[in-house]
Design a protein around this ligand. Structure first.
Ligand code: PHE
Length: 340
C-alpha cells in the first residue's frame, strides 16, 4: 500500500492541471468518490492496527496534498479568467472593419467593358512601353508630321525608338498584326503624355480603345455603337453629337460629345457653357492603317474610337480635379464603396 501511495503522489505531482478540463479531470482521478484516494481509504480499513498508525498519517498527507493542488489550480484559473476579463474594456469604441473597394477608374473601366462585351467586343491588351512603329508610324503618322506634336511623350534615352505610348491605339496595330478580320475588340490601358500637371491634365491617364474591322462596317455602325454606349453609361436620355475632327489613323474622324450631365444641356462650367462634353475621339480606320497590317482596304473597313476613362469617371461622379485619381488619398477613394 505504501508503494501505491507513493505512485499516486508522483501522479499528482506530474498532473498538468492548467485548463478547466484538466482541473476537473484531476478531481475525478484523485478525489471524487470513484477516484484513487477514496479507494485507498477503502483499502486502509483492512490493514493491521500497527500499520494503520503509520499509513494513516501518510494517507492523510496524500489527501491534503491533492486537495491543496485542486484549490490552487482552481484559484489560478479564476484569477486568469478575471484577469482576461479586465483587459477587455467593453466601453472602448469598436475598431472599424475597413472594407476595401475598387479604384473609381477601375469601376468605370469594368463598366465600359461590360457594355461593350454585350455588343460582342472582346478585351485586348498591349504594352505601355512601345516602339515608334506601333504608336505612330503604323498609325499613319508620317515622320516629323505635326500630328506627333500633339502627343509629346517620354522617350527611352538609350533607345530613341522606344517610348511610353501616347494612346491605346498601338493595340489596334498589335491586334491586326496577329489576327485577321473580323476583329471586334476593346483595349483598356494606361497612356502617357508629356504635359504639365494640372486639374485637367496629367503625365499619365487611361483610355479605352475600340476597334471593329469586318466587311461592310460603316459610319452608321460607329455612330450607333457609341450612341448605345452613351445611353448605357450615362442614362437613357443622354444625347450624342459628332464633331468633325482629325486623326492620322482615321478618315473621316469625329469627336464624340455627350449632352452635359451636370446642367442637362443648359450650360455650366463643366461643359464651358456649351451644353456638350467631349468623351471620345473616333473615325473610320484609315486605309493606310489597314495596308500597314496587311489587310486589304477594298475588302475590309472598320471604325475605331478612343475614350478617356478619367473624363468619363469625372462626369459620372462629378469630380473636378484629375489629380485626385493618383494621389491615393483614402478620404477620396473610400467614397466609391460599391456593393458587389
Ligand atoms: N488615339 C486618339 C487619342 O488618343 C483617340 C482615337 C482613337 C481617335 C481611335 C480615333 C480613333 O486622342
Amino acid at each position: 500500500m505504501r508503494e501505491k501511495i507513493e505512485r499516486i503522489r508522483q501522479e499528482i505531482d506530474a498532473f498538468a492541471n492548467d485548463t478547466r478540463e484538466a482541473v476537473e479531470r484531476f478531481r475525478l482521478t484523485f478525489l471524487a468518490r470513484s477516484g484513487s484516494i477514496p479507494a485507498l481509504f477503502e483499502e486502509f480499513k483492512a490493514v493491521s492496527a500497527d500499520e494503520k498508525k503509520v499509513l494513516g498519517k501518510v494517507l492523510n498527507e496524500l489527501k491534503n496534498l491533492a486537495e491543496t493542488r485542486l484549490r490552487e489550480a482552481t484559484a489560478r484559473l479564476e484569477t486568469s479568467a478575471t484577469g482576461a476579463q479586465s483587459a477587455l474594456d467593453l466601453t472602448l469604441p469598436v475598431i472599424p472593419n475597413e472594407v476595401g473597394n475598387l479604384h473609381p477608374l477601375n469601376q468605370t473601366r469594368y463598366r465600359i467593358i461590360e457594355i461593350f462585351e454585350r455588343l460582342g467586343f472582346n478585351v485586348s491588351d498591349g504594352p505601355e512601353v512601345e516602339d515608334d512603329w506601333h504608336n505612330f508610324s503604323a498609325l499613319n503618322f508620317p515622320p516629323n508630321h505635326p500630328a506627333r506634336e500633339m502627343q509629346d511623350t517620354f522617350f527611352v534615352e538609350r533607345n530613341p525608338d522606344m517610348l511610353l505610348r501616347t494612346h491605346t491605339s498601338n493595340v489596334q496595330i498589335r491586334l491586326l498584326e496577329k489576327q485577321k478580320p473580323p476583329v471586334r475588340s476593346i483595349m483598356p490601358g494606361r497612356v502617357y503624355r508629356n504635359e504639365a500637371i494640372s486639374a485637367r491634365a496629367h503625365c499619365f491617364f487611361h483610355q479605352v480603345e475600340g476597334l471593329y474591322v469586318d466587311r461592310n462596317v460603316g459610319f452608321a455602325d460607329l455612330k450607333q455603337t457609341l450612341y448605345h454606349f452613351a445611353k448605357e453609361m450615362f442614362g437613357a436620355d443622354t444625347k450624342i453629337r459628332l464633331r468633325p475632327s482629325f486623326f492620322p489613323f482615321t478618315e473621316p474622324s469625329a469627336e464624340i460629345d455627350i449632352s452635359c450631365l451636370i446642367c442637362k444641356g443648359k450650360g455650366c462650367n463643366v461643359c464651358k457653357y456649351s451644353g456638350w462634353v467631349e468623351i471620345a475621339g473616333s473615325g473610320m480606320v484609315h486605309p493606310n492603317v489597314l495596308r500597314n497590317v496587311g489587310v486589304d482596304p477594298e475588302e475590309f473597313t472598320g471604325f475605331a474610337f478612343g475614350m478617356g476613362i478619367e473624363r468619363i469617371t469625372m462626369l459620372r461622379y462629378g469630380i473636378n480635379d484629375l489629380r485626385l485619381f493618383s494621389e491615393n488619398d483614402i478620404r477620396f477613394l473610400r467614397q466609391f464603396q460599391t456593393v458587389i
